[in-house]
Design a protein around this ligand. Structure first.
Ligand code: COA
Length: 151
């Protein structure tokens, strides 16, 4: 198992992961555009050459925003998301980044459990923010966590 940077040649597989996980997931071009942005970075975990999981984030000043975190369904509940998140938090602390933000759908109970377990708390809500099938909408929750060398 390896943790390495997410690079342009991963974008096709990363978009498949995103599309399997989210309604109207991001395309390969979306991922390529993200990685061309000098403020955006990604990490991946590969196992036997399979892309199992990714995390993508943006750094601006002393703040970071997690843009996405996905583990392939086959590899979930094996600690991969925890490993990516802990690796990212260590990296951010080394760069003196003190706050990390993210947005998650209110009905994504697994992700909410996961982020709360790692110390994220609710900052605010964006009602009816995410579009879903059949013209339905779901509220987005903005979560944040303060980082320090102690955590
Ligand atoms: C949320 C997600 C990233 C978690 O990935 P993961 O690798 O399975 O998480 P981990 O194995 O590190 O588990 C961390 C904790 O979450 C719990 N968990 C993970 N999946 C779970 C599930 N389906 N049901 C209940 N708990 C779950 C684990 O049990 C663990 O908690 P514990 O230590 O108290 O037992 C993964 O479910 C996923 O990719 N979901 C789809 C995409 C998504 O919603 N991303 C987040 C929004 S950006």
């Amino acid at each position: 198992m390896f943790i390495t940077p997410l690079v342009q040649s991963d974008c096709s597989k990363a978009s498949l992961l995103h599309q399997q996980s989210f309604y109207k997931g991001w395309t390969e071009k979306d991922f390529k555009d993200f990685l061309n942005d000098p403020l955006i970075y990604g990490l991946k975990i590969t196992k036997d050459d399979v892309l199992t999981s990714i995390i993508l984030w943006r750094e601006v000043g002393n703040e970071a925003e997690i843009l996405t975190l996905i583990v392939d369904a086959t590899y979930q509940k094996q600690g991969l998301a925890s490993l990516l998140l802990k690796t990212l938090m260590t990296h951010l602390v080394h760069k003196n980044i003190s706050q990390v933000f993210l947005e998650v759908a209110e009905d994504n109970e697994v992700a909410l459990y996961f982020y709360k377990k790692y110390g994220f708390h609710l900052l605010n809500k964006r009602p009816q923010y995410y579009k879903r099938e059949g013209n339905k909408c779901v509220t987005a929750l903005n979560l944040m966590k303060k980082l320090s060398r102690e955590n």
